[in-house]
Design a protein around this ligand. Structure first.
Ligand SMILES: Cc1cc2nc3c(=O)[nH]c(=O)nc-3n(C[C@H](O)[C@H](O)[C@H](O)COP(=O)(O)O)c2cc1C
Length: 467
C-alpha cells in the first residue's frame, strides 16, 4: 500500500516488520545481550532487566518452567526510538504525531502466509509453558506485561490496541487493569448489553506496534494503521478464525479469548510506573479460548517501572503535548516528559519567542492535555530539553520563585501518584523563560573561535599525560 513514507529506503531499514527484525538490528549494533544460563522467572528476570535498564536489551534463552525464550528492554535507549522511526532525535515526536494524523492502511495476508498462524494450540492450558515473570517483591503474582490487547471498536469497526497489566490467575485465566480509556469504554458498552468482549492478546511484536498502542482514545482511529504509518512498508495483518479484528501477522504469538461480562476478581498489587506499588482492586477477567503462534516464538516482557515502560508511554504523550501546545497558539520548539517523573508526571517545554504570559498559557495547555503532569518547566528554545543540567541551569539563572511560579490546586491527576492521597493533585509550573527585552543579558557565555574546525584539530592533538 503506498503511503506518505515512500521516501524512506527499505534498504537502510532492515528492522521493520517484526520483533525478530528488530532484535537482529540490535544484535548488529551490539545492543542486546543474551543469557544462556537458566534463570528463575520469580524476580531474577526483572532484577537483570533493572540492572540493564536504559542500556541494553536482554534475551533470556532458558527461563525455568518455560518452553520459550523471553526478551526484555526491547526499547532500551531513547536512541532506539530514533532508529525505529528512522529520524533525528527531535523528530520522533513529529513522526508520532504525523502517524496519528495520517494513518496508513494495513495489508491483509491470507492465514497461510501469516507466520503467527503456524501453530494453533487449543486445550485447557494456554499459559503454563510461557515465561511469565513475577517482577517485584510485593507483586500479586506472575504478570504478562507486554501484550497488545486488540479489540474492535463497535462504534466504528476500527481496531484499538492498548497495553494493560495482566495477572495470571489460572492456565486459561487473566485479570486485567482497565483504567479509563477507549478499551474500558468499549468493554463497559459490551457489559451494559450483557455481552462478553472478544479480545486478542498479541505478544512479541514490532516495536512500532507497541508505540501505536499508546495512541489517543479516539473512536475512529485504527491503531494498527498508526503502526503501519510508522514504517516504510504497510503492516501485515491477518484475521484469525474466532476473532473479529485483524492482528499483526508477524507477531510471535496471539492469545484469543473473551473479557467476561459481569465478572470481577481481585487483581494486584503491582509495581507501577511511579516505581511504587499500585493497589489491589476488583478487575475484569479474561478467559482464553485458544492461541496461535510461530513454531519457535520469542516471548516478551516489559519491565514495569523501567525505561521502556516510561518511553513507550511517554513519547506518544510528548506528541500529544506538542499538538496541544500548537493548538493553544503557543510555539513549542521541543517537549520532553522526563525520566525523573516516569515520563508521565514531569514535563519540560521549550518555547520559541515566548512573549510575556505565554509560559503560563502553555503550562495550562500542558495540564489540560495530560492529566498526570504535575510539574512543567518552561524554557526558551536555546535550552536543550533533553539535557537535565541545562534545564537546571535555566531554572537557576532565569527563574524567581516569587515571580515565576504558578500553583494550581486540587486538579485531576494521574491516579497512581502516591503523594496525591485524596485523588486530585496540585500542579506546579516554573517559568524559566526570559523576558524578550532581557534575552541578551541571559545569553549562555561561550569562548568564540573564528574557525570551529580549529578546535577539533587542537583536541585531536592532545596527548595523554604531561607530554
Ligand atoms: C507498559 C505499559 C503498561 C500499561 N499498563 C496499563 C494498565 O495496566 N492499565 C491501563 O489501563 N493502562 C495501562 N497502560 C496505558 C495504556 O496502555 C495506554 O493509556 C493506552 O493508550 C490506553 O489505550 P485505550 O485508551 O485505547 O484503552 C500501560 C502502558 C504501558 C506502556
Amino acid at each position: 500500500m503506498p503511503g506518505h513514507h515512500e521516501d524512506i529506503d527499505d534498504q537502510v531499514w532492515p528492522g521493520a516488520a517484526d520483533l525478530r527484525g528488530w532484535l537482529a538490528l540490535l544484535r548488529e549494533r551490539g545492543e542486546i545481550r543474551s543469557l544462556a544460563a537458566s534463570i528463575d522467572p520469580d524476580q531474577e528476570v526483572a532484577a537483570v532487566l533493572a540492572r540493564c535498564d536504559g542500556r541494553s536489551a536482554v534475551l533470556f534463552e532458558s527461563v525455568q518452567g518455560s518452553a520459550f525464550p523471553l526478551v526484555g528492554n526491547t526499547l532500551a535507549t531513547r536512541a532506539d526510538f530514533d532508529e525505529l522511526l528512522q529520524c533525528a532525535p527531535h523528530d520522533v515526536v513529529r513522526r508520532l504525531g504525523d502517524a496519528i494524523a495520517s494513518p496508513v492502511g494495513c495489508e491483509e495476508v491470507p492465514i497461510g502466509d501469516a507466520p503467527v498462524a503456524a501453530v494453533h494450540d487449543t486445550g485447557e492450558d494456554l499459559l503454563s509453558d510461557l515465561p511469565l515473570p513475577v517482577q517485584h517483591e510485593h507483586d500479586a503474582g506472575r504478570y504478562l506485561t507486554s501484550a497488545l490487547l486488540t479489540v474492535r471498536d463497535p462504534r466504528t469497526g476500527r481496531t484499538n490496541l492498548s497495553i494493560n497489566r495482566l495477572q495470571v490467575a489460572g492456565p486459561r485465566e487473566l485479570r486485567v487493569l482497565l483504567l479509563p480509556g477507549r478499551l474500558r469504554s468499549i468493554f463497559d458498552e459490551h457489559e451494559r448489553r450483557g455481552e462478553d468482549l472478544s479480545i486478542a492478546l498479541c505478544i512479541g511484536v514490532d516495536p512500532a506496534l507497541t508505540l501505536a498502542s499508546q495512541s489517543p482514545a479516539v473512536a475512529d482511529l485504527d491503531d494498527l494503521e498508526v503502526a503501519s504509518a510508522l514504517h516504510p512498508r504497510a503492516l501485515e495483518v491477518v484475521t484469525l478464525p474466532g476473532h473479529d479484528t485483524p492482528v499483526p501477522a508477524r507477531a510471535e504469538m496471539v492469545l484469543l479469548g473473551k473479557v467476561r461480562a459481569g465478572r470481577r476478581a481481585e487483581e494486584g498489587p503491582f509495581g507501577e510506573y511511579p516505581r511504587t506499588y499500585g493497589p489491589a482492586g476488583q478487575a475484569p477477567v479474561i478467559e482464553l479460548t485458544d492461541r496461535w503462534r510461530r513454531e519457535d516464538p520469542i516471548a516478551q516482557t516489559i519491565l514495569s517501572g523501567g525505561r521502556e515502560h516510561f518511553w513507550v508511554g511517554g513519547l506518544p504523550r510528548e506528541a500529544r503535548l506538542f499538538q496541544a501546545l500548537e493548538a493553544a497558539g503557543t510555539r513549542p520548539h521541543a517537549v520532553r516528559l522526563t525520566e525523573g517523573g516516569s515520563c508521565r508526571m514531569h514535563a519540560v517545554v521549550a518555547l520559541r519567542n515566548a512573549s510575556p504570559g505565554t509560559a503560563n498559557h502553555a503550562a495550562m495547555a500542558v495540564f489540560g492535555a495530560l492529566a498526570p503532569v504535575k510539574l512543567v518547566v518552561l524554557v526558551d528554545e536555546d535550552v536543550d530539553v533533553f539535557d537535565d543540567e541545562m534545564v537546571g541551569w535555566a531554572v537557576a539563572t532565569r527563574f524567581q520563585a516569587d515571580r515565576d511560579l504558578l500553583v494550581v490546586p486540587h486538579t485531576r491527576g494521574g491516579g497512581l501518584d502516591p503523594s496525591a492521597e485524596e485523588g486530585p493533585t496540585a500542579k506546579l509550573a516554573m517559568d524559566a523563560t526570559v523576558h524578550p527585552d532581557k534575552r541578551s543579558h541571559h545569553a549562555l557565555m561561550a569562548s568564540r573561535i573564528s574557525d570551529p574546525s580549529r578546535l577539533d584539530d587542537l583536541i585531536d592533538h592532545l596527548e595523554p599525560g604531561l607530554g
